[in-house]
Ligand binder design. Structure first.
Ligand SMILES: Cc1ncc(COP(=O)(O)O)c(C=O)c1O
Length: 358
């Protein structure tokens, strides 16, 4: 196994931040004071063989399952790797959505899987037709990889839609992996995990995007019970145990997630409305309006590429957006709108000016 360069990740990690940073897909971190944690209560050493029990319980309770079905991972990034490593063998067939967050594609590929794509088309509102999915399945299809909310478009598949896809996948014994890292922006009846809808659904989430807690690396996988041993074997080979201190801190934060979300929503709601108004008044762009979260994936109506727009924004307007080529869609760019309102405002004005310069 040899890892190829991960172009988007390198870009995201190394690009110097612009004054108007509209490339981010997560909110800013909360202050320690907001979390009310006494670090002296956090032990350096203790028992957490397959995860710290209070954290497993907190994750399981929200998902309506038992702690034994929860696998702790260092973010959804590691959840993607663990899932592919636990379930795939070289030559297995895997279906990955397009446009896609790059690791969903590159991780199974590096593990030797044969990849085909499920198109999520702009014209269809990025929905997935179960009949089209059925046509792409083969007896060797082991895994279908999706995001919900969708990165890059921010659009939403309902639990029922995912249930229909899982039913189709089940005909060939395939599992559906749903990266729900952005679903954390909108919990409740509409945002609830799809885990449990069918016994071939695997779901993963983390505290990174909606709570600004990327540094904790607290992620999880909700696994169908028969797969738990496979995941545990992968864990034992890959990292044995997660960071005990981070698990304890995360467990203490869980009761505060709703309050953190509410606080963030006070910024995100008006920002979403501002972006919607900008899009309505901008004839050179079109989009499928995101359902929730803080990312959107506008498309240039005429000539010019998302790359060129991103370059102009960076070089002339101190503004950053993510070029659509990182999601295999060169006419698009990904716009993050979780920034403070004044930054968003000046970033949107810059987009308008740069569009005129294309
Ligand atoms: C769809 C998707 N999944 C996972 C991640 C990584 O999340 P985590 O920090 O939980 O590893 C990202 C980050 O950009 C993402 O966009």
């Amino acid at each position: 196994m040899k890892f190829p360069p991960f172009e988007y990740m390198e870009w995201a990690k190394l690009i110097p931040p612009a004054a108007n940073n509209l490339s981010r897909s997560g909110v800013a971190a909360p202050a320690w004071d907001e979390l009310g944690i006494d670090l002296r209560e956090v032990a350096l050493y203790g028992d957490h063989p397959y995860g710290y029990e209070p954290l497993l319980q907190a994750i399981a309770a929200r998902a309506g399952t038992v702690p034994g079905n929860v696998v702790i991972a260092a973010g959804v990034s590691q959840a993607i790797f663990l899932t592919a490593a636990a379930l795939l063998e070289p030559g297995d067939h895997v279906l990955v959505e397009r446009p896609a967050y790059e690791p969903l594609l590159s991780v199974p590929r590096v593990l030797g899987a044969e990849i085909s794509r499920i198109e999520r088309r702009f014209e269809d509102g990025y929905k997935i037709d179960p009949d089209r999915l059925a046509e792409s399945l083969t007896p060797r299809t082991k895994l279908i990889l999706l995001t919900n909310l969708h990165n890059p478009s921010g659009t939403f598949l309902t639990r029922e839609e995912i249930g229909a896809l899982a039913a189709v996948a089940g005909r060939v014994g395939a599992h559906v992996f749903i990266d729900e890292v952005y679903l954390e922006f909108m919990p409740g009846p509409k945002g609830g995990t799809a885990y449990g809808m069918a016994d071939n659904i695997i779901a993963a989430g983390s505290l990174t995007k909606a709570y600004g807690l990327a540094g904790l690396r607290c992620g999880w996988i909700l696994t169908p019970p028969p797969l738990v041993p496979l995941f545990r074997h992968a864990v034992d080979h890959i990292f044995v145990e997660n960071v005990f201190m981070a698990e304890q801190i995360a467990a203490r934060i869980f009761p505060r997630l709703a309050a953190l979300r509410l606080r963030n929503q006070a910024i995100i709601g008006p920002n979403h409305a501002r972006v919607a108004a900008f899009m309505a008044g901008e004839p050179r762009l079109e989009w499928v309006e995101p359902y929730g979260g803080i990312i959107a994936f506008p498309r240039l109506k005429s000539s010019g590429s998302g790359d060129e727009l991103a370059r102009l924004l960076k070089e002339r307007h101190q503004t950053s957006v993510v070029p659509g080529r990182f999601f295999e869609e060169s006419r698009h760019f990904r716009l993050g709108f979780g920034a403070p309102p004044e930054i968003l405002e000046s970033g949107l004005k810059a987009v308008g000016r740069a569009l005129g310069e294309l």
